[in-house]
Ligand binder design. Structure first.
Ligand SMILES: Nc1ncnc2c1ncn2[C@@H]1O[C@H](COP(=O)(O)OP(=O)(O)O)[C@@H](O)[C@H]1O
Ligand SMILES: CC(C)(COP(=O)(O)O)[C@@H](O)C(=O)NCCC(=O)O
Length: 317
């Protein structure tokens, strides 16, 4: 069949920032300027306007999706004639290192938690499921931190399965950016949330499919909705380097910082170090393992060089 390019099915509807902003409709603003500033990560841009024009329409969309999913869930229970507990709604937040995933995840958590009636909204980051540095060093993959092989995927899948099964007090390990390692004997407890946000570079990855036909779950099997935060590579590299320079002047001065040895580097030296880490680890990971997952997201938020979202793409149902 002759399929002309303009006839090809596009799984996404695309919106300019202005078109998307109108979809806020009458969703009320529930955050104050001070609260927004507290949600922002270093070198991210998040202000009242960004929340109003990008995140309130998304909050409205999510409230519609959550309600519809709950209805479907209850309908299935009715069909099966079973009594079951509530099913947590799980949202994945994916994208490159330094794109601002943590800020987006925190602002979503804050907005969704203020819906009425107030849902319990928890947030976990997948860095807690990285193997400890001792294991990465033993396996010679310390420079592949963030790559699929650096994560304890079975433990992450078990965690998500426990949450979906409605277990209480499910524990997730915790990562420290300061020590650059998983924190021994420390966990966050996730206790039957209505909504769970799972943020990390790897959340839309599928892994290799087995030939024996056995079902192998992937992280996104547990997601009801996913957001991919996107920006062009030169922009990401610039943000990564700027953040590295800012951390050099702040966090790296802490003697416990893994990067303490970089605290006294000149601007030129620090820039060269950041660029080397970017190229060797984060860019390679972006190209090989993160960008290929973008077409799986429910929603893509594309940021411009000034950190603000310029375009939005929503997957058709
Ligand atoms: N070496 C570091 N020391 C302290 N904080 C860091 C360091 N590297 C990253 N961070 C912080 O960790 C968080 C997660 O960063 P990252 O994984 O790059 O994701 P994103 O920028 O998409 O949120 C950010 O808030 C960032 O500012
Ligand atoms: C810890 C990370 C892999 C991010 O993990 P995530 O929370 O996305 O699972 C990343 O922040 C990181 O440290 N990358 C390694 C290279 C670097 O130091 O930038």
């Amino acid at each position: 069949m002759d399929m002309r390019a303009d006839q090809q099915y596009n799984p996404y509807r695309n919106f300019s920032r202005e078109q998307w902003a109108k979809l806020r409709d009458d969703t009320p603003m529930t955050l104050e300027a001070g609260e927004i500033a507290a949600l922002r990560s270093m070198y991210d841009r998040l202000d009242l306007r960004e929340v109003e024009e990008i995140y309130l329409p998304l909050s409205r969309l999510l409230s519609i999706y959550v309600t519809a999913t709950q209805r479907l869930y209850y309908a299935q229970r009715k069909f099966l004639g079973i009594e079951d507990r509530k099913m947590p709604y799980i949202i994945g937040v994916a994208g490159s290192v330094a794109v601002g995933k943590s800020t987006t995840a925190r602002v979503l958590q804050a907005l969704l938690a203020r819906w009425s009636p107030r849902p319990k909204v928890d947030l976990v980051t997948t860095d807690g499921f990285l193997y400890p540095n001792a294991v990465l060093e033993r396996d010679g993959i310390m420079q592949k931190k963030g790559f699929p092989e650096s994560y304890d995927l079975p433990t992450l899948l078990q965690f998500l399965s426990d949450i979906k099964a409605g277990r209480n007090a499910v524990r997730a390990p915790v990562y420290s950016h300061l020590t650059y390692d998983v924190v021994p004997n420390k966990w966050v407890e996730v206790d039957q949330p209505d909504i769970l946000i799972v943020e990390g570079v790897n959340v839309l990855q599928t892994g290799r499919l087995p030939r024996d036909g056995k079902a192998v779950p992937v992280v996104s099997d547990f997601f009801d909705f996913s957001v991919y935060i996107d920006a062009d590579e030169p922009v990401l590299r610039d943000w990564y380097v700027r953040r590295f320079l800012a951390l050099r002047d702040t966090a790296f001065h802490d003697p416990r910082s893994y990067f303490n040895r970089y605290a006294l580097l000149s601007d030129e030296e620090a820039t060269a170090t950041a660029l080397a880490i970017w190229e060797r680890t984060n860019l390679a990971n972006l190209e090989d393992n993160i960008l290929p997952t973008r077409p799986r997201a429910t929603l893509i938020l594309k940021k411009g060089a000034d950190h603000v979202v310029e375009n939005v793409a929503l997957r058709r149902l």
